[in-house]
Design a protein around this ligand. Structure first.
Ligand code: F3S
Length: 400
């Protein structure tokens, strides 16, 4: 890989140990993926923020990067942490965990990273434009940035995203290149309904089919007439979880789709397959559900407004988490939604989510509208799950 003179001095340590370490990470990646050079990025999203996932080893790495003079050179935001940074006691988080989580956030803050802690950075100000080269981690956000916004990013890991932030650079390979972005398979979708659960179930069906295909997998999806931002963030989270998809095109909806010739290879996904996928994410009975959560990926203000509308004058009977970005909660505060939701007994869990918070063993069954949350509720926490449409999730929280 060719380095400029300045990049070589960064690798040699002239700009401090943190930048040197970051360049080591980026050049190693570049060699593995046969990148010709490093290119500038303008936005970074870092994953691996929850202390539950990072542990002491991860925290030590962050601390060394901060102490070694690492400072964000471009707009950099964070994935969800393991707790609500202001309201962790109310969510049953231990003081010991909170102390460690705050040490993680402090290390990022020392590096001038914006500690927003959300998986929907594109809803709160880290929103790259079409064609912009960025370095994002968090699979759902990567898929959204590439596909819906038309920005260009590979699926970074926590360390490579941090390295991109501290240098403003990333190796040029994969989704940064035109060739990678060409669709490889036409996917005809039949009979899709408009709930987030439908889009999540479609993501599961498609993801699992793509997992069986080797090589590059960029679907061109046809047959979907409408998709809201909320539908698309659900779909991105699901298709990235079940199929490792970092980029898709959706005819009539995503910005690059009209420039692409439909590939000759095609598959069809039917309404029955989507229904079966929905059913496969329901193994909890209504009696077993003791935990309800909305906000995977983190909720938009429109979704929070809907929850407030449904909860007005009512009382929830189950533990109910509303997970969102803190700036989104600030809007909810201002609009009076927070007051309505909290008066009903539901809990805001800003900065975190039901997957990255340390809640293993506390609940037996989760009700959610998120196919991704269903996957991790079982895989990580061994919870049973009940996937249901958004409004029904709220109704479930109200039932004894
Ligand atoms: Fe976001 Fe947590 Fe879901 S990080 S996509 S809310 S698993």
């Amino acid at each position: 890989m060719r380095l400029t003179k300045e990049e070589q001095t960064m690798l040699d340590g002239a700009q401090g140990r943190a930048v040197q370490k970051a360049m080591e990470i980026l050049t190693t990646l570049g060699r593995i993926y046969a990148a010709a050079r490093l290119i500038p990025v303008t936005s970074v999203q870092i994953s691996g923020v929850s202390y539950a996932n990072l542990g002491e080893a991860g925290l030590t790495f962050l601390d060394e990067m901060a102490s070694g003079g690492g400072r964000a050179r471009v707009l950099t935001t964070l994935n969800p942490a393991g707790m609500d940074i202001e309201n962790w006691q109310n969510l049953g988080i231990s003081a010991e965990f909170a102390e460690n989580q705050l040490r993680v956030l402090d290390a990022f803050a020392r590096m001038n990273v914006i500690t927003t802690a959300t998986c929907t950075p594109y809803l709160i100000g880290n929103a790259p434009h079409f064609g912009e080269h960025i370095a994002w981690a968090e699979s759902s956000a990567v898929c959204y940035a590439n596909s819906v916004l038309g920005a260009r990013t590979n699926r970074e890991g926590g360390p490579s995203a941090l390295a991109a932030s501290l240098t403003g650079l990333t190796p040029e390979y994969g989704a940064h290149l035109d060739a990678y972005r060409q669709p490889t398979l036409t996917v005809n979708v039949k009979g899709l309904q408009g709930e987030n659960t439908d889009f999540g179930a479609l993501g599961k069906v498609l993801g699992e089919k793509l997992e069986l295909i080797s090589g590059q997998r960029v679907p061109l999806i046809c047959g979907i007439e409408n998709a809201s931002v909320e539908n698309l963030k659900s779909f991105c989270a699901s298709v990235a979880t079940y199929g490792g998809v970092a980029l898709f095109h959706m005819q009539g909806i995503t910005p690059e789709a009209s420039q692409m010739l439909p590939p000759g290879d095609s598959i069809t996904i039917t309404a029955v397959e989507i229904q079966n996928a929905r059913d496969s994410m329901i193994d909890a009975t209504s009696d077993e559900i003791d935990f309800v959560s909305l906000g995977c990926p983190h909720l938009s203000i429109k979704e929070i407004a809907r929850i407030a509308e449904l909860l007005t004058g009512k009382q929830v009977k189950k533990e109910f988490w509303i997970t969102t970005a803190r700036p989104m909660k600030a809007i909810a505060d201002r609009m009076g939604y927070t007051a309505v939701i909290e008066a009903a007994g539901a809990k805001f869990a800003a900065d975190t989510c039901c997957v990255v918070a340390p809640i293993q063993g506390r609940f037996q069954a989760l009700a959610t509208d998120s196919a991704k949350a269903c996957y991790y509720a079982y895989a990580k926490n061994k919870f049973k799950t009940a996937l249901m449409p958004f409004d029904e999730v709220v109704q479930t929280a109200l039932q004894d």
